[in-house]
Design a protein around this ligand. Sequence first.
Ligand code: A2H
Length: 256
Amino acid sequence: EGVGPQEYTALKLRVLEWSSKAADAIKGKIPEDASVFLVPATLRPETMYGQTCCFIGPKITYGLFKASEKEYYVVTARAAKNMAFQGILAADGAIPEAAAELVGSDMVGTLVNAPLSVHKDGVRVLPMENVLPTKGTGVVTSVPSDSPDDFCTVTELAKKPEYYGIQKEWAEKEIVPIIDTPSYGDLCAPFLVKKLKIASPKDVKQLEEAKNLAYTEGFYKGVMKVGDHTGLSVEKAKPLVRQSLIDAGEAFAYAE
Ligand code: A2H
């Protein structure tokens, strides 16, 4: 953890189709014509092309918070409070009240639109035990090509779909290369997970090492392989991708 404030990009993943449990929990609590977004906080906006699913903590409680007349955000109450202070929610700086509450596990299977993702038909909400309720928004978008944590979790989910109460194919969306690196190739996270012999999301120590290696290599030596900034270094592409997402209304700045 750094000392200064962490500048995240908060991405807006619009709900296309709720899981049945989530649909029941929010019924009648928000206007029929409102859009609801799951809002993951990321430090790697340039990797959003590679989103294959969206993680929630199965035991974490989330709220639907009003951002405008027609938009609601799904985040933890803690994040909503920070957002209100930052002028992001329609709460006028007051402590925001959730229009509805949802437990993470109830949202599993929900289909969301992931901005920039190569998976244009949407991606599924899936459970991740390692999501911390005390960091970001409690929602994590999954980019298994470049995040060892994400790769390890989708691999685990695809191994035991019944145990996790999901459909196997939800965890098996194609992982496309988005960033090329000199040392680890163009699928940095799968490469490092294999190299360090990481077997499950419980190998926390090796995952930490893989995460540091992937981050340093990707950020300082990576080159974009997809999108408007193909051929540009990650270092230069990152702020450009972030700004275009914000300009398109698909993301906003969030700090904590
Ligand atoms: B990152 P920092 Cl491709 N619990 O986004 C656990 N992890 C969380 C979280 C939470 N509540 N909130 C955010 N995160 C993840 C992309 C990514 C990320 C890539 C590579 C590395 C990476 C796609 N997942 O993060 O502790 C989010 O995953 C490695 C550092 O605030 C977010 O960025 O520094 C990052 O951790 C924020 O971690």
